[in-house]
Design a protein around this ligand. Structure first.
Ligand code: PEP
Ligand code: MN
Length: 337
């Protein structure tokens, strides 16, 4: 339920309304919008005397939020959420450009790629240290050593770090090195992991599951927000369809749909979305034209020898050319790099 308080209700009284609501047994989240306090009361099957609440003097209205993702919805939180990551406020006019290798492979690789993507205009370095691979015999990532290397490479070039966390117990370790915790597509419905990243204070990059509907994806985000962490960046990375010419089908419909339903920023991963190097740039351009808040792109200086996802990795020069094009498109849609 959305409990809208009257304009000018003193802070202490607003706090008291939240306490009284909690005494019914619901969880209460708050946001302030246009000088008014909005409280979202959540809790399935908890009996609340809503007719009494409507008569409380501080309360202007009580409405049902008509979607299952309550905290994620614009109905609760009408204004866009901005998430500070390094030098970028994700969700603002400035587009978030995240780039780097699929996996951190070693010092030289990480430093070379960090230098290249920073020079091209990225503000966040991506790179996996814990890799969810289809085959147990494929490279699984360097683990903590990979995180250590990536942190140093990113710091050397003024970049923030996004890296994947594969299970709940890994959260404190990955959070020591990364600025953003990535939840991968395969883990979008790993609810114990969503709970742990929700309890952390770090921004979360939540990838859409391979076969997840937009509603399931937003419900996954709701798990994170319900734990008190509202810093969720949604990432469209392609879904599984009957098409086989591309690795996945990048669902750019999701951008305007999510923008209408939710206040959370949404970025696009055209690398996993297409799986093919020369298809990455066109889809990256389309994503920005469609209103995405940023991009996450795989870049490798020697993709033929990459330990994962070489065929979809851009050469540094290609990434730099793409950023120049994105700059032009950004201006058309009222954004900037
Ligand atoms: C990745 O970012 O390298 C990755 C494994 O992504 P996804 O979870 O989208 O497959
Ligand atoms: Mn990858």
């Amino acid at each position: 339920m959305l409990v809208l308080l009257r304009r000018g209700v003193p802070e202490a009284a607003a706090g008291e309304v939240a306490v009284r609501l909690r005494m019914f047994g619901v969880a209460v989240h708050r946001t302030d919008h246009e000088g008014r306090v909005r409280l979202c009361a959540v809790g399935d099957g908890v009996p609340v005397a809503w007719d009494d609440v409507r008569r409380w003097p501080e309360v202007e209205s009580v409405e049902r939020i008509p979607v299952p993702f309550k905290l994620v919805s614009r109905a609760f939180h009408p204004h866009p959420t901005l998430i500070s990551v390094g030098r970028c406020a994700i969700g603002s006019d400035q587009l978030a450009l995240m780039a780097g290798p699929c996996a951190i492979e070693g010092e030289e690789q990480a430093f070379t790629i960090a230098a290249a993507v920073a020079a091209a205009g990225a503000t966040v370095m991506r790179g996996g240290a814990y890799k969810p691979r289809t085959s147990p015999y494929s490279f699984q990532g360097l683990g903590e050593e990979g995180l250590r290397i990536m942190r140093r490479a990113a710091d050397a070039h003024g970049l923030a770090v996004v890296s994947e966390v594969m299970d709940g117990q890994q959260v404190p370790l990955v959070a020591r090195y990364a600025d953003v915790l990535q939840v991968g597509a395969r883990n979008m419905q790993n609810y114990s992991l969503l709970k742990e990243v929700g309890l952390s204070q770090k921004p979360v990059l939540l990838k859409r599951g391979l076969a997840a509907t937009i509603e399931e994806w937003l419900m996954a985000a709701e798990h994170v927000l319900s734990q008190g962490n509202a810093q969720v960046i949604l990432c469209e990375r392609g879904i599984r369809t009957f098409e086989t010419y591309t690795r996945n089908t990048l669902d750019l419909n999701a951008i305007p749909v999510v923008k209408e339903l939710s206040h959370l920023p949404v970025i696009v991963d055209p690398s996993h979305g297409t799986g093919i190097r020369d298809k990455v740039a066109p889809m990256a351009r389309a994503a920005i034209a469609a209103g995405a808040d940023g991009l996450i792109i795989e870049v490798h200086h020697d993709p033929d020898h990459a330990l994962s996802d070489g065929p979809q990795s851009l050469y540094p020069q290609q990434f730099a050319e793409l950023v120049a094009q994105i700059r032009t498109i950004a201006a058309v849609v009222g954004r900037r790099v």
